[in-house]
Design a protein around this ligand. Structure first.
Ligand code: ATP
Length: 554
């Protein structure tokens, strides 16, 4: 009996008994068609014949392999090429170069040179309008890609692309980093912020500027609960220092906070901090690198959300700065550096860490803490219209709100949607946040983006998303992840088990999207361009391998 007959007999047997298929016999990927048939059986509903299973969008494919590939259930050898081909339809050449750079960094394509040759023409269309020489056109595109890769923290020379001709690259790496920072445009509105600072912000502003002007250097920590105007203060400082022609380096722990600061980058990418820093660690830039030269020239360095980072990361920057400034006795080599944050908000993440391990990882436990001058902001500038709520938030953050059963606090009734254990509870929650019955609301990004439902577990998020998308009008597209375990010759981890995992930072196995649906980025692709973990976008169009989305917040 062939495997096809075996499958067929099992299926018809199950159908005869009107039993649901609980689990389909396993098949190893090395078994070829048998495996692909199984993949299709796990995903395609309503098929009544093998031909039905091989049919995708009305086309009958000759093999299960091809059908599974066309449905996006398995990775095709050509996925990356198809992605770029599809993107050509709706992307300008500069966006294609950005997509190409992103693919180099995040998709590990095996044939980079082939990819470059195949898509170079589309990626250089704009340059060819003004430049006749093909070599010059290629060099212009390569230089643009080089800059994009740099902003993603990568060096173009680590990819097998055509060489960059030095005569086209007027700036070497060192000059590029400094020029890039010193040419950040100053927003005139931010320059005006200094006239509206409240007394605590004004004191902090004056103290920091006086330290910069004295040339002595100093380390500050701007401590303020959410909404007290820390970002407002940084923007005022950055504008002032840059308007004087000096260099100010703006960083934050998270990509979203970095993208709010003009010229902001994540601290890890700006200072090249290794992912796992131990006590006594250093950053991975060398003394001769562009990063070192930039930091030596900087008059001001800002690191927002420092309360969320592990102290070892800040200590690594301290060690490296003492070294490059050749002033080992002074914190950060005598630079003016401003940290900021709020220890009432999120603390550093220590995997499976105990309370004391988490506290030990915070900046407050660092040897640097006692030399940091504290600048306290206390006035909530965000929620001035609701002083009761501001006060309540502060009591929760400070741990002074009354608790029940040791660690629980009571939320005010007016901000709660009651839980009744009824199946419609989630629908009521969605309705109270989004009022989805009004279609004009759903199609309005200004209505959708300030609202969100947060959840404690990824699997709940997936369930809520599924409910939301069902209620959303418009054309639908389903994307599947293709999961396989590495080094698993015995197939102990079948695909449907891997598909069921809801891992941090990864979308669900079945990702349903509709035009105008709000989506959120799950990784830091390029914070300097606003593409980072937490950026919110609206889906404008989709193809099999590419999604066209517009940034609306982040
Ligand atoms: N001095 C000021 N005058 C007018 N508006 C201000 C002032 N300071 C802050 N704001 C406004 O108050 C709001 C909150 O400020 P900001 O975002 O700087 O707070 P934050 O401390 O960075 O908050 P979070 O910790 O939540 O990031 C913003 O809308 C900001 O524009």
């Amino acid at each position: 009996m062939s495997w096809l007959e075996e499958f067929y007999i099992r299926i018809s047997h199950l159908r005869d008994e009107r039993t649901q298929i609980g689990r389909i016999v396993s098949a190893h990927p090395a078994e070829g068609e048998r495996y692909y048939l199984r993949v299709l059986l796990n995903h395609v509903t309503g098929a009544t014949s093998f031909q039905d299973l091989r049919t995708v969008n009305g086309i009958v494919y000759s093999t299960f392999h091809e059908a599974a590939e066309r449905r996006g259930l398995i990775e095709s050898d050509n996925t990356i090429n198809e992605c770029l081909d599809e993107a050509k339809v709706f992307h300008m050449p500069s966006s294609l170069r950005r997509l190409f750079s992103t693919i180099l960094v995040f998709c590990e394509p095996s044939n980079v040179h082939g990819l470059w040759d195949r898509h170079m023409e589309a990626m250089t269309e704009d340059y060819r309008l003004t430049q006749m020489c093909p070599h010059a056109v290629e060099q212009m595109a390569l230089l643009d890609i080089k800059n994009m890769l740099e902003s993603m923290g990568k060096d173009i020379s680590s990819f097998p692309l055509p060489e960059i001709d030095k005569s086209y690259d007027a700036l070497d790496n060192e000059a590029r980093e400094i020029i890039k920072e010193s040419t950040i445009e100053v927003d005139p509105e931010h320059l005006g912020f200094s006239s509206f600072l409240n007394p605590e912000q004004r004191y902090a502003y004056d103290e920091i500027l006086a330290t910069i002007n004295s040339g002595q250097g100093g380390v500050f920590f701007v401590d303020g609960p959410g909404g007290t105007g820390k970002t407002y203060l940084y923007k005022a400082l950055l504008a002032k220092v840059r308007a004087e022609g000096k260099i100010a380096v703006a960083t934050a722990t998270s990509g979203v906070a970095a993208s709010i600061l003009p010229g902001g980058r994540t601290a890890h990418s700006r200072f090249k901090i290794p992912l796992n820093t131990e006590d006594g660690g250093v950053c991975s830039f060398t003394k001769q690198s562009g990063t070192a030269k930039l930091l030596m020239r900087a008059s001001l360095i800002i690191w927002d959300e420092a309360s969320m980072t592990k102290r070892q990361a800040v200590e690594a920057l301290d060690n490296s700065m003492r070294d490059i400034m050749a002033r080992p006795d002074l914190p950060f080599g005598g630079k003016t550096i401003v940290f900021g944050g709020d220890f009432r908000q999120v603390l550093p993440i220590v995997r499976k860490g105990t309370r004391s391990q988490i506290i030990d990882a915070t900046l407050r436990k660092s040897y640097l803490w006692e030399n940091m001058r504290q600048l306290r902001l206390v006035r909530n500038m965000r929620a001035q219209s609701d002083p009761w709520f501001v006060d309540y938030l502060l009591r929760v953050g400070n741990g002074t709100e009354d608790t029940m059963d040791a660690d629980y606090i009571r939320l005010p009734d007016e901000i709660c949607v009651p839980y009744t254990s009824d199946a419609t509870d989630i629908d009521k929650l969605i309705e109270s946040v989004f009022q989805m019955t009004l279609e004009e609301n759903l199609l309005d990004p200004n209505y959708m983006t300030p609202r969100a439902i947060l959840s404690t577990r990824n699997e709940y998020v997936d369930k809520i998303n599924m409910k939301m998308i069902e209620r959303f009008p418009g054309e639908e597209m389903i994307y599947y992840s293709f999961d396989h375990a590495e080094d698993d010759p015995h197939n102990y981890y079948p695909a449907e088990f891997l598909n069921s995992l809801t891992h941090n930072g990864l979308p669900p196995h079945i990702l349903k999207l509709r035009i105008n649906f709000p989506i959120i980025f799950l990784c830091n692709i390029d914070p300097a361009s606003g593409l980072c973990n937490g950026t919110r976008l609206i889906v404008r169009g989709f193809m099999r391998n590419a999604i066209d989305a517009e940034i609306v917040l982040g």
